[in-house]
Structures are given as C-alpha cells and as structure tokens.
Design a protein around this ligand. Structure first.
Ligand code: MN
Length: 257
C-alpha cells in the first residue's frame, strides 16, 4: 500500500489520532495587551453580511475582523525587526507546515511560579532523557496556561507590575535560535515571550532571537497535554497573507495510537 493511502486509512480508522491544538475564535478570544504608548490589535469580531434575510435571502455570511496575531496564530520572521528581511507569512515554505513536534512540560513549575522561565539546562536535561530536539520540528512548551484561554484577565495575569506569564529566558531563547535545529516554538500563552519579557535583555527574546533566525512561533495552543513527549506531527498552515507578519492558524497534531 502507498504511504499516503496508509496514512489516510490510519486517520480514518483512528490509528492516527487528530488532536486539535487550536483555541476557538470568538469575540472573547484573549489577545496580547501592550501598555501605552504602543498600539494594540483589535479583538476578533464577526460582522454579519446577511443571514437568510433581505440582504441575502438564502445565504449567511460574515466579514471577519481580526488581527494577524489573534487567538491561535503563527508568527512569521518579519513580525520582528530582527527578522525584517526574512519571510512574510505567505512565504513560509509549505513543507514547513507539516513538521515533527516534541513536548517540554513545565506546567508544574509554572503553577508554582507564573514568571517561570525555560533555561538552557532545562532543555539539555530534557534532551538527555528524550534525545535531541527535532531537526525542523516544533518545540511545544507546555505551561498549563491553556486552561486560562477563555479569560483575558486570567491568561494575561497582570497586576500593577505588569503581566506574569511563563516564557523563555533570554539566554535560552538565543541558544534555541542559534544552536538547535528546531523550526520554532509553540506556546499556550498569548505570545511566545514571558509576560515580563519587555524588561529582558534583549526585550522579547523569543521574538528577537527566533524570528531573527528565520524560525517561527505558534501561540495560544491547547491540548498539548494530550500529546506524547516525542513522536507527534503538527500540521499548522497559516493563511497566505501577502506581506503579512502572521496569521490565525488551525493547528492539528497527529498522534499514532
Ligand atoms: Mn504573534
């Protein structure tokens, strides 16, 4: 049997399980909030064009209002100034849209410390147990933050000192970008960087180093806890917005059962 026929048969039979890592898109979908003087993205919104009425008697459709970075979305290299000469979202090679994925689970640590940061030693210890990070694959960083996805205040977890959400240290982000063969990082938070990353050196190091290295980001993922530590494949095709810096994306994980 051909590889492709075997694959689709396995999806149909459930031998390959398809797990949706995507948050539903609604007007309540949390979005990143930057402090003044910076501009912010608009919330997702449906604008009805017609609904079986005078405006269109037999059909229902909407305009959608969204930012490129609303809900579960894909960050392209040109999103960051360090990647400004890199790919826009329409230029991400199609072969990169299907890739292996591994899970680094630090939900217990993030539950104790919302400002928890992934460090190089954490990743090296993970590699000692599980083998090297996948060449051309996603590092999916589990923090347990997905349970907050329906609640803007909970997912941003802000107080007077700013947002407190887990992320990656500047040193580790630089190392992941330059010393590992990953395709990019996927997270459960609204952005790939920690809530406090505006004060890191450099600021927003995941964005700065990974996008600057031509790697990618995936945000607001869920159901990462249902994936094996190694062995999953991720299908993450963004919209080919010409010149775009990112796109909402449906992220599916394929897992052999
Ligand atoms: Mn983004």
């Amino acid at each position: 049997m051909s590889v492709l026929r075997s694959f689709v048969d396995s999806v149909r039979s459930g031998a390959i399980e398809v797990i949706d890592l995507t948050a539903p898109l609604t007007a309540e979908t949390p979005i990143l909030q930057l402090p003044p003087p910076f501009s912010n993205a608009l919330p997702f919104r449906l604008e009805e064009i017609s609904r079986y009425d005078d405006r269109g008697p037999a059909w229902y459709w909407n305009n959608i209002h969204t930012s490129e970075h609303s809900g579960t979305h894909f960050d392209a290299p040109i999103h960051w100034v360090t990647g400004r000469d890199g790919q826009d979202i329409s230029q991400v090679p199609t072969r990169s849209l299907i890739a292996p994925a591994v899970v680094l689970d630090f939900a217990a640590e993030a539950a104790k410390d919302p400002d928890f940061l992934l460090e190089i030693d954490h990743v090296k210890e993970w590699e000692r147990v599980n083998g090297p990070l996948p060449d051309g694959g996603w590092l999916l960083y589990r923090t347990g933050w997905d349970v907050r996805a329906g609640d803007q205040a909970a997912i941003l977890n802000a107080d007077e000192s700013g947002s407190h959400t887990p992320g990656v240290s500047a040193e580790c982000a630089g190392w992941l970008a330059s010393e590992t063969p990953i395709l990019g990082i996927g997270v459960e938070t609204v952005g790939t960087d920690a809530g406090a990353a505006h004060s890191f050196d450099p600021a927003f190091p995941c964005h700065s180093f990974l996008l600057g290295a031509g790697k990618y980001g995936l945000t607001q993922l869920r159901n990462i806890d249902r994936l094996p530590v190694t062995g999953a494949a991720v299908v993450a095709p963004p919209l080919p917005i010409v010149g775009g810096s990112g796109s909402p994306v449906r992220v599916l994980a394929l897992v052999e059962r």
